[in-house]
Design a protein around this ligand. Structure first.
Ligand code: FES
Length: 102
């Protein structure tokens, strides 16, 4: 069962940027798209472990900073022609606070 955890305020995440949340032994990248939708992925690219939080956010996608694979933020899937998947987390924004299902 997931627990909703408050992780930050929406305005602490730059638009088309991210912040990183530590949870147990992993890092979670919390992204804010230009339209203020929030997404969260394990901060490890499924290709060779690049830090997705340092990637470029465009639309509802992020481009990995290491070799340019593009991931869909909503699903964590790597876009074709590449393949792979980063773990995704459910997010919710309430009264300007961002929650993750952990
Ligand atoms: S590590 Fe992300 S594209 Fe290679």
């Amino acid at each position: 069962m997931s627990i909703w955890a408050k992780v930050c305020r929406l305005d602490e995440i730059p638009r088309r940027g991210s912040c990183v949340v530590s949870h147990q032994d992993s890092r979670i990248a919390v992204f804010r798209a230009a339209d203020d939708q929030v997404f969260a992925l394990h901060d490890v690219c499924p290709h060779k472990g690049g830090p997705l939080s340092q990637g470029i956010v465009h639309g509802h996608r992020v481009t990995c900073p290491l070799h340019g694979r593009i991931l869909d933020l909503a699903s964590g899937e790597v876009c074709a022609p590449d393949h792979g998947c980063a773990r995704r987390y459910e997010t919710r924004v309430e009264d300007g606070e961002v929650f993750l299902a952990l």
